[in-house]
Design a protein around this ligand. Structure first.
Ligand code: C2E
Ligand code: CA
Ligand code: CA
Length: 464
């Protein structure tokens, strides 16, 4: 009998211990270890719960996002440990300052948030700015990082958690770009900005299906003969009201919205179809297409690209895919697989914007890249500035030693062109030769050049 009682008591003890452990694990999973505040995951669920409750009771929820103004420089000068101490102290202050009904969270880095039910948001925001700006002693030094606060309110500004966060972030961003140390409340100006973005987003989605985003072409010149041997495909948006838009006006937005793949595919298909006849008529040999670094993180990228290419009449050996090194170095293994898969079909890969990053020599050393495109920023002083000229000549030499061909981009005058030709640069492109142009204009120019060069030559059919 007593044995059974003992067993029951033991069992109850174990269950209690397990439950305590589970509660601790749960709390730890919801807590930011440095500050002891609620972490980002728990913050998001808490915000959703508060909004749900406010929806039922007709209450309001104010979201304050708090960001330190000079945390990075403090971290860099005093070290990471000092940075951690500073954040821990701020966590302590925020916890002490929050009412029972408020929730303080650390969203990551030097970003904090407070969920509150206060009505006077301006006063609460100012209090947060003051609280975080108070000087602190760290390693015997007085530091005062300063803080900016962005605020958005449910239901006045936004109806759900993600909009509320987005709008508070927009307010924060605005105050930070104006120098920080203050708060900013989401308002009509920011609402107009969200409207503008939404219109652009809707416009962009419509434009893709309506075929308004089209390939333009810039000639690529062979340095030796001075002939056009290829084209680079550059996207343009034929906007019904705003006219012709360059990628800078829509590519960043498209990347943010996840629309860049649809754009790249539409431009790629149209460009390959158009350029296939130029290749088969012997007018050019090479077609270069840009792809978004994000697309390249898709393991199926090269397979899909080959599939799309096969649906056009462009021979694989005429295609070069231009990629930037940002992607390559994120995952060298994946990059290699893509490049090898493309190479097996005869598709070449060019490293774009070469000379702008820190580590593209590494990409060049470790990956089977066939072409590099020297960035415009290097080319602009070539032939004028002796140091830049020497550097570019050395880069050309190094690339040649690796068996890589070189295209210089952004060639704008004769001095640059002459220098590049004399140092053995294979191909060039830039305003000096031709600006990007529509498919029709490119077609006319290529055919005129051919008629002038060889008036009686019959077209050569390119091998498939
Ligand atoms: P990029 O690949 O470096 O393309 C070269 C850019 O330099 C083009 O700008 C071209 O018009 C411009 N350019 C060419 N020669 C000269 C010159 O002599 N002087 C000057 N100042 N500029 C010159 P664009 O067309 O505005 O394209 C900008 C960037 O947008 C491209 O840079 C490329 O990264 C991206 N892009 C273009 N088309 C596409 C596309 O279809 N998909 C993706 N994902 N990105 C694209
Ligand atoms: Ca390019
Ligand atoms: Ca480039």
């Amino acid at each position: 009998m007593s044995d059974t009682r003992n067993t029951h008591a033991e069992l109850a003890r174990r269950v209690a211990a397990l439950e305590a452990e589970r509660a601790l694990t749960l709390r730890l999973a919801q807590t930011d270890s440095l500050t002891g505040l609620v972490n980002r995951g728990a913050f998001t669920s808490a915000l959703c719960e508060r909004l749900e409750a406010a929806r039922e009771t007709g209450g309001t929820v104010a979201l304050f996002v708090v960001d330190l103004d000079r945390f990075k420089s403090l971290n860099d000068t005093l070290g990471h440990h000092a940075g951690d101490l500073l954040l821990a102290e701020l966590g302590e202050r925020l916890r002490g300052d929050c009412a029972e009904t408020e929730i303080a969270a650390r969203l990551g880095g030097d970003e904090f948030a407070v969920i509150s039910d206060v009505r006077d948001v301006a006063r609460r925001a100012q209090r947060l700015v003051n609280l975080v700006s108070q000087p602190q002693m760290i390693y015997g030094r007085q530091v005062s990082p300063g803080a900016s606060v962005g605020v958005a309110v449910f239901p006045t500004d936004a109806c759900d958690a993600s909009d509320l966060q987005r709008f508070a972030d927009m307010a924060l961003y605005r105050v930070k770009t104006k120098g920080g140390r203050r708060y900013s409340v989401f308002d009509a100006e920011l609402r107009a900005e969200t409207e503008r973005r939404r219109t652009l987003e809707e416009d962009l989605r419509r434009a893709i299906t309506a075929g308004e985003i089209v390939p333009w072409f810039q000639p690529v010149i062979d340095s030796g003969s001075g002939r056009t041997v290829g084209v680079e495909v550059l996207a343009r948006w034929n906007h019904p009201e705003q006219g012709l838009l360059a990628p800078a006006a829509f590519v960043p937005m498209a990347e943010e919205l996840g629309l860049i793949r649809a754009i790249d595919e539409a431009v790629f298909d149209a460009a390959c179809r158009r350029a296939a006849t130029w290749v088969s008529d012997g007018l050019i040999e090479l077609v270069s297409c840009n792809v978004s670094p994000r697309d390249l993180l898709d393991p199926g990228f090269s397979r899909k690209l080959i599939g799309r290419l096969q649906r056009t009449d462009l021979p694989a050996t005429a295609l070069t895919v231009e990629i930037t090194e940002t992607f390559l170095l994120q995952d060298l293994g994946l990059a290699r697989r893509h490049i090898e898969r493309l190479a097996a079909r005869g598709v070449r890969v060019a490293l774009d914007d070469f000379g702008t990053g820190y580590s593209n020599l590494r990409a060049l050393m470790h990956l089977p890249i066939q072409t590099v495109k020297l960035d415009r920023s290097l080319i602009c002083d070539v032939g004028r500035d002796a140091r830049v000229s020497k550097l570019v000549a050395a880069m050309l030499h190094a690339a040649r030693a690796l068996g890589v061909s070189i295209v210089a981009e952004g060639v704008e005058d004769e001095a640059q062109a002459l220098f590049l030709r004399s140092t053995g640069c294979d191909r060039m492109q830039g305003y000096f030769f031709a600006r990007p142009m529509s498919g029709e204009a490119m077609d006319a120019q290529l055919r005129a050049a051919q008629a002038q060069a060889e008036p009686v030559r019959t077209p050569r059919r390119a091998a498939r």
